[in-house]
Ligand binder design. Sequence first.
Ligand code: MG
Length: 271
Amino acid sequence: MKDYLVCVDSDGCAMDTMTIKHVRCFGPQLVKEFGLGEWEEPILARWNEMNLYTKKRGMNRFQGLLLMLEEVDARYVKISGLEKLANWVNHTDAYSEASLQAAIEEAKGSGLLEKAFAWSRRVNEEIQNIPGEEKREFPGVRDAFEKIKAVADLAIVSSANREAMEEEWSRRGLLKYVDYAMAQDVGTKAACIRKMVEEGYEKSKIIMVGDAVGDYLAAREAGVAFYPILAGREAASWEHFSEQVLDEVVSGTYTSKRQKEEFDVFEHGLL
Ligand SMILES: [Mg+2]
């Protein structure tokens, strides 16, 4: 066990798997499941924008679904059952199938909750159908991992499904760099980071690398540093991490002032 620990998010951060999932699976299945073909083009554009290029990047699929359907309801066509969906999304303690299933039973015949469930299942199937060779790490990731492993331990901190994540990392030969693999089954990202503190790493020697504001908030909640991977500039972000930020972390010069400089560029780039 080394003194330093680098926590890395998976989707959209280390792995270039986020854009493809939204463009090819989430958006098209939403249009299909909710019968919105008439407004397909603006809905797909808005779905991708919201989930990839705004401060809500990385939000849970059901939070995204609710926001999208609220916009559709306001702009295009009345969506009935929105209150029941909103009630579940805003109050559930887990965005799991079991929790959604319980809400469906409780609501006794809310078609919208049932559609949300069916949509989520179809998205999972579509994601499974993405050929493995299209799910790759961003350029610069492997090089960064080599450099990280020379001075620190490495943990995956992801809110993705564990099997999918491990399959993606293993297919690319990246699991050999990983000391801890944590996914949604471990808990929130903040909970995963706290687990590493319990494991014995000092908070001041942990950094979370992520591509979404939620990753930053998890790092802040757990009391550790954060470094952003910028959407659309992932390779340059990883190179910058390898060539400058990692050294700063290990020499104690990645201060809150330095973190704010990186964070400001990140936040400025998101809608
Ligand atoms: Mg991510």
